[in-house]
Design a protein around this ligand. Structure first.
Ligand SMILES: [Zn+2]
Length: 480
């Protein structure tokens, strides 16, 4: 049978406010356990929460960027449950009046098409503490307790694991542009749960859904969803029923395992938070925040296409990373060869960053725009070939030297003078009479072979265009 997968995602994002959601404790990551705590976030009796204004502003920014309707009425609720990382026994959240609702996010599909994914709601809440399991005991660190979180819930509009992956990447990109979170999954600043069910293709009725948790990278989300799609298909094809349950992704075993079965939603006994009075916010405030939003990835992409004539694909890759886009524009402002710059960024420079586990945010420090431009200029002048330029890129980055100095030091100048190349070319032609014959027989890769040999002999320094022309002349002459 042919099925369609129906996927919805719930994403939690840590906001990078200086202080916590309802107290003045700091939010810095990685400090000694329980050093960022106070009576309020530890839930001592008699303490009262005080709402962080910056939290509200960040939440509105995210809501607007996700095309949500922003609520003027701000109300908090208590979500009650008992767990060792939750000293109050409840979490402050927003239940029936989320700050943002009815939004959407456009994701790019493969064939240049876009798909609109509904954003059901965006709401504010506080994070819980963190349990640390050791051999001897389970410890609890409350530093994370009370850190402002945004929960962003999508409509079940995603129909494949790849679409879910693209949605997450686009969402992360928007949040990074807004500068409201570092979205670092390793630090737990971005966490994602998924709901997935299958239905017969062409039907509307939703199947029984399974909730997936514990996926700590976007790749894991995609792999876990693909695993679950296959598992559910097999169940349905063999006449078995899907059981509504929560499953955990086990990255070591590359499979999902049952965490709990649930008959109904938890009864969290939501009720209005009595210690935080509801209040209203004005349309002026929302408009003011809206007018201060930065250029977002979709607009940036469009502008890169129009202003620099980049292809849809190139503009998409560069605009997806805010820092890559900033760097691109910095380079192009002093060296207006957008396509050349884009190719370098998406090729060698991205490779360098990946192999050195670095990020585009560090580019301006690693390779100041002017230094990259000096490298691109010596290539454009024909002093060195693109190949050599790519080879010395790591040194240009690590040595703090200009490309010209490295070229001089290593004697890498391109050989473009025919008199210097002539004897090398003659020698190779004479030593390969059989390939000369191939060339005469019209085999196109014979020429490639000769070019390759000359490049080898000159350690990549021969000017390929000059070599090509000289070779053709000589081979055609020898043909006569
Ligand atoms: Zn505190």
């Amino acid at each position: 049978m042919e099925y369609e997968s129906v996927i919805g995602l719930e994403v939690h994002i840590h906001l990078n406010t200086r202080t916590k959601a309802f107290c003045s404790c700091g939010t810095e990551f990685g400090l000694a356990a329980n050093t960022q705590v106070c009576p309020v976030c530890l839930g001592f009796p008699g303490t009262l929460p005080v709402f962080n204004e910056v939290f509200l502003e960040y939440a509105i920014r995210a809501g607007l960027a996700l095309n949500c309707k922003i609520a003027n009425y701000i109300k908090f609720d208590r979500k009650n449950y008992f767990y060792p990382d939750l000293p109050k026994g409840y979490q402050i959240t927003q239940f029936d009046f989320p700050i943002g609702a009815c939004g959407y996010l456009n994701i790019a599909l493969s064939k240049g098409e876009n798909k609109r994914i509904g954003v059901t709601r965006v709401h504010m809440e506080e994070d819980a503490g963190k349990l640390v399991h050791t051999n001897r005991a389970t410890l609890v660190d409350f530093n994370r307790g009370g850190i402002p979180l945004l929960e962003i819930v999508s409509e079940p509009d995603l129909n494949s694991a790849q679409q879910a992956y693209t949605y997450l990447s686009s969402l992360k990109s928007i949040i990074e542009y807004l500068e409201i979170s570092d979205c670092d999954m390793e630090k737990g600043s971005l966490r994602c749960d998924a709901n997935i069910s299958l239905r017969l293709k062409g039907t509307q009725k939703l199947g029984v859904k399974v909730e997936l948790k514990n996926m700590n990278s976007f790749k894991n989300v995609r792999t876990a969803l693909n695993y679950e799609i296959t598992r559910q298909k097999e169940q349905l094809d063999t006449g078995k029923k899907i059981v509504q349950q929560t499953r955990l992704w086990d990255a070591d075993k590359q499979k999902t395992v049952v965490m709990r079965e649930k008959e109904d939603a938890h009864d969290y006994r939501y009720f209005p938070e009595p210690d935080l009075v509801p209040f209203t916010i004005s349309n002026e405030l929302i408009e003011q925040i809206s007018s201060n939003l930065p250029e977002l990835p979709a607009a940036k992409k469009q502008r890169l296409i129009e202003q620099y004539k980049l292809s849809e694909y190139d503009a998409g890759v560069i605009s997806a990373d805010k820092h890559l886009a900033l760097y691109f524009e910095a380079v192009v402002s002093v060296y207006f060869e957008p396509k050349v710059v884009a190719n370098w960024l998406m090729g060698s420079i991205m490779n360098y960053l990946n192999t050195h586990q670095s990020d585009a945010i560090k580019l301006q420090d690693l390779l100041p725009a002017e230094r990259l431009v000096s490298l691109l200029k010596v290539v454009a002048k024909g002093v060195i070939s693109v190949k050599i330029a790519k080879e010395i890129l790591p040194e240009v980055i690590s040595s703090n030297k200009d490309a010209e100095a490295i070229i001089k030091e290593k004697k890498l100048c391109q050989i473009s003078d025919p008199s210097e190349l002539e004897s090398i070319i003659d020698e190779i032609i004479n030593a390969n009479a059989n390939v000369v014959q191939d060339f005469k027989d019209g085999k196109t890769n014979a020429l490639m072979f000769f070019v390759g040999q000359v490049m080898k002999k000159t350690r990549g320094k021969a000017n390929p265009q000059v070599v090509n022309t000289m070779l053709k002349n000589k081979l055609i002459v020898s043909d006569a």
